[in-house]
Design a protein around this ligand. Structure first.
Ligand code: SF4
Ligand code: SF4
Length: 376
């Protein structure tokens, strides 16, 4: 499992390509999961070799818009976040928790947890590193998540090209990978890579890859490229205490305004790399001899999500959007001691009507407070 960033042990090196790194990870018994092009989007799948990375693809991203475009280079990481995140690997959208079969004197219950696999997550951006950190805090205290997480090695990538919906700098970190990885890469314009390790495991993998030592100028030019990406990021959050802002606007007219546009489809929660809510469903077959319990992702935009005795407690779209935005940027701090948003921009791109969390927060910030108190 990835530990906190420590000083590199052998120092940064230059890689002429990524084939050797794939081979080194695979010879370590790891399955590589990383980005590739499928179905007109960049998705995360198991990769057999580096040639399956999305070389030459760029993404045009705006509120409600995501489009792949062919670039005129052979770079693998000039695209930005797609509809999927590492959440699908660490916290699957659907999993069977147990099954039970009728036995002579009762039921025989089987725990269906699959053995955790040795994976290498390849191409993890700084926003997604932070999102994995958020999931670790929420779900990492044992169980299946912790078992999966313990077997994972992370190859991060510093972003040198901001996406149209990104705001990681304003959300508190990025586009440089700061912590939580084993190896970090920076892609250079000529298709070579500056690579460095942050853990002993990462160092051991890099030691098996053909590489040349990087110069101080190589390190500086990579740092400059990342700083340039940070400076070109188009979206920002209001520079105020968002927890206080949201607590002070519980009755704001902006919630009714957004409810006129919001479809309550739940896309924003499904694509968000930190949304972790699930529901549990029990089923039996027609004989009654076999039963299963399944866990699936759930959205707080679903009317049934807040169903208590007699009905849902958030039966309006305004209430559900307020709940989601307030949790992400406000009460997540109370619950987990950090923000629930890492600025990846996925909810902005994949909202079918282009609702933009940054624009909604800026709009709230132009209105005078309507309520007092710490927590909604
Ligand atoms: S709220 Fe939106 S921008 Fe923030 S982490 Fe979730 S999907 Fe990304
Ligand atoms: S904000 Fe957009 S993505 Fe989220 S529920 Fe509403 S319409 Fe769907």
């Amino acid at each position: 499992m990835t530990t906190e960033h420590s000083s590199p042990t052998n120092g940064p090196v230059l890689l002429s390509g990524l084939d050797d790194l794939f081979t080194a990870l695979q010879s370590d018994g790891r399955t590589v999961v990383g980005p590739t092009v499928r179905g007109h989007a960049i998705v995360m799948v198991e990769l057999g070799n580096a040639s399956e990375l999305p070389y030459g693809w760029r993404t045009e991203v705006e509120a409600g818009t995501y489009r792949l475009q062919r670039g005129d280079d052979r770079l693998a990481f000039t695209h930005t976040s797609g509809p999927q995140s590492w959440k699908q690997v660490l916290h699957p959208s659907r999993q069977r928790l147990w099954s039970a079969d009728k036995a002579q004197d009762g039921f025989q219950v089987t725990d269906d947890a699959p053995a955790p696999r040795r994976l290498a997550l390849f191409g993890v951006r700084s926003c997604d590193l932070r999102a994995i950190g958020v999931l670790d805090h929420v779900l990492g205290d044992g169980g299946r998540y912790a078992a999966r997480r313990a077997e994972i090695l992370i190859v991060a990538v510093n972003c040198t090209e901001p996406g149209g919906a990104c705001f990681c700098v304003s959300a508190g970190g990025g586009p440089r990978a700061e912590a939580g990885y084993d190896i970090v890469l920076t892609e250079r314009p000529d298709g070579t890579y500056l690579a460095d390790s942050a853990t002993a495991e990462g160092e051991a993998v890099l030691a098996r890859v053909r590489a040349t030592p990087a110069s101080a100028a190589d390190v500086q030019s990579a740092a400059d490229a990342v700083a340039s990406a940070a400076a070109r990021m188009g979206r920002t959050l209001p520079e105020v205490d968002l927890r206080t802002l949201l607590a002070g606007h519980r009755e704001d007219r902006q919630w009714d305004d957004v409810a006129q546009r919001c479809l309550a489809c739940g896309n924003c929660t499904m694509v968000c790399p930190t949304c972790f809510c699930t529901s549990v469903t029990d089923t039996t077959d027609l004989t009654g001899d076999h039963a299963e319990r399944w866990e699936t992702w759930e959205s707080c935009f679903d009317l049934d999500f807040s169903n208590l005795h007699g009905g849902p407690v958030r039966d309006s779209r305004a209430g559900r959007y307020r709940h989601w935005l307030t949790h992400k940027f406000g009460t997540w701090h109370d619950q987990f001691g950090e923000s629930g948003c890492v600025g990846c921009g996925r909810c902005i791109a994949w909202c079918p009507v282009g609702i933009d969390v940054t624009a909604e927060l800026h709009a709230l910030n132009t209105h005078p407070p309507t309520t007092t108190g710490d927590s909604p």
